[in-house]
Write a protein of this length. Structure first.
Length: 360
C-alpha cells in the first residue's frame, strides 16, 4: 500500500472531526504514547494542537536511551578511561550524560569509543583488536534485544572472549503495569508502540485488558495515529476496553516468534532500574548464566544498582508523564540539544528533544 494512503488530507480532516465529536461526551482523557517515534511524529505533525482540549497526549517512557539510569553511562566511561576497554556504542548513546561524564567526554580524553550501527559491528571491532577488551552497549527495548542476542550467540560460536555485552535492555509491558499502579498519573488509555509490538505481539498486553485500560497498537503515519486516538476514545465512550491492533500490516497477533525464541535462548528476565521510575520486577534482560563470560557487568563488576539523576533534571517526571518537558526548570536554558543535562534532550526519541524542536 502506498505511503500516501496514510497521509491523505481529506481523511485526516474526517478523523479529526470524528475525534472532536467523540470527545464531546467525555471528561478529561489522558492518552499516553509509549514510543519515542510516536512522540517525535506527534510533535512534528503538531498533532496535540489538533485535538480537543479535554484530550491530552502524554509522552511516556518510550525512549530506551532515556530510561537507562545515569550510572550506566558513568560505568561505561570508567571502563573506557580506567580499564582500557574499547566501547562500541550506538550513536544515540554517545552524548548522553551520566552524573559525572559521557562517552563523548571520555573519547575526548583519549578513550577508545567506536560508534556502531549494530551489535555485529561490535564483534568486528573485537576481532580487529584481539588484544583489547571490547564492550557493546546493549541498550534498547524488545525491538533491539534480538540483534544483541544474535551477536552473543555468534561471539560464543567463534569463542570471541575479548567481547562482552553490558545489558540495559528493558521490557515494555512491566513498565506499563507500573505506570497504571501509580494513581497520580491518571492514565486513561495507551497508544502502544509499533516497533516493540512487532516483536512481542498483541498477547503481551493482556494485563491492560485485565485492568480494563484501552490500548491501540498504532503505526507512525498521520492517519495511523489519528485513527488510533479515535479508536481509544470509542472504547472509553463505550466502556469496552480492549487491546486493538491497528498496525496489522506490520504487527502479527503472535509477534515475531523467531525473535522471541532467540531472546529467550540468550536472556532471562531480571529486576531492572528505570530512570525516574525505580526498580521494576522482571522488566529487564540479563544474559543467562551459561553466557557469563560474555556479560560485561559480571566480567568487570560494573553492575548498575542505583538510580541517580543529575541535579535539577526532570527526566524522571517527564518519562512518567507527570510533567511536560517544557515545565522542567532546565528546559531550553541550562539543558539544550547542544548541552544536554538529561538523555530526554539528546536522544533522537527523547520527549524533551521533540518538544525543543517542535514545541507543544
Amino acid at each position: 500500500m502506498n505511503t500516501l494512503t496514510f497521509r491523505d488530507t481529506a481523511t485526516a480532516q474526517r478523523l479529526i472531526a470524528a475525534i472532536k465529536n467523540r470527545a464531546g461526551g467525555l471528561g478529561p482523557v489522558r492518552i499516553m504514547e509509549v514510543c519515542g517515534t510516536h512522540t517525535m511524529e506527534i510533535g512534528r505533525l503538531g498533532m496535540r494542537k489538533l485535538l480537543p482540549e479535554n484530550v491530552e497526549l502524554v509522552s511516556g517512557p518510550g525512549c530506551p536511551v532515556c530510561v537507562t539510569p545515569a550510572p550506566y553511562f558513568d560505568a561505561l566511561a570508567v571502563l573506557a578511561l580506567e580499564k582500557n576497554v574499547r566501547i562500541a556504542a550506538f550513536g544515540d548513546l554517545f552524548r548522553v550524560p551520566g552524573n559525572r561524564t559521557s562517552l563523548a567526554e571520555a573519547k575526548a580524553q583519549g578513550a577508545a569509543v567506536d560508534i556502531v550501527t549494530s551489535p555485529l559491528a561490535a564483534a568486528d571491532i573485537a576481532e580487529q583488536y584481539p588484544g583489547q577488551e571490547t564492550v557493546f552497549t546493549a541498550v534498547g527495548f524488545e525491538t533491539t534485544a534480538p540483534s544483541t542476542a544474535a551477536a552473543v550467540r555468534e561471539a560464543v560460536s567463534k569463542n570471541r572472549t575479548n567481547l562482552s555485552f553490558f545489558s540495559a535492555h528493558r521490557l515494555v509491558p512491566p513498565a506499563l503495569e507500573a505506570l497504571l499502579s501509580d494513581p497520580e498519573l491518571r492514565i486513561n488509555a495507551f497508544l502502544l508502540p509499533g516497533h516493540v509490538s512487532a516483536i512481542i505481539g498483541e498477547a503481551a498486553y493482556g494485563p491492560l485488558v485485565k485492568r480494563k485500560i484501552p490500548g491501540v497498537i498504532a503505526g507512525f503515519e498521520p492517519l495511523d495515529i489519528l485513527a488510533g486516538v479515535l479508536s481509544l476514545l470509542d472504547m472509553l465512550a463505550g466502556k469496552r476496553p480492549s487491546v486493538k491492533n491497528m498496525y496489522s500490516r506490520v504487527v502479527r497477533t503472535e509477534g515475531n516468534v523467531a525473535a522471541r525464541k532467540l531472546i529467550d535462548e540468550i536472556y532471562e528476565p531480571c529486576d531492572a532500574i528505570w530512570r525516574g521510575i525505580g526498580t521494576l520486577p522482571a522488566s529487564g534482560l540479563k544474559l543467562r548464566p551459561r553466557y557469563a563470560d560474555f556479560d560485561a557487568a559480571r566480567k568487570f563488576g560494573c553492575a548498575v544498582d542505583i538510580d541517580e539523576t543529575p541535579a535539577g533534571c526532570s527526566c524522571g517526571d517527564v518519562l512518567k508523564g507527570l510533567r511536560r518537558p517544557d515545565a522542567c526548570p532546565l528546559f531550553g536554558t541550562a539543558c539544550t540539544p547542544g548541552h544536554p543535562v538529561g538523555p530526554c534532550m539528546v536522544s533522537s526519541e527523547g520527549s524533551c528533544a521533540a518538544y525543543f524542536k517542535y514545541g507543544w
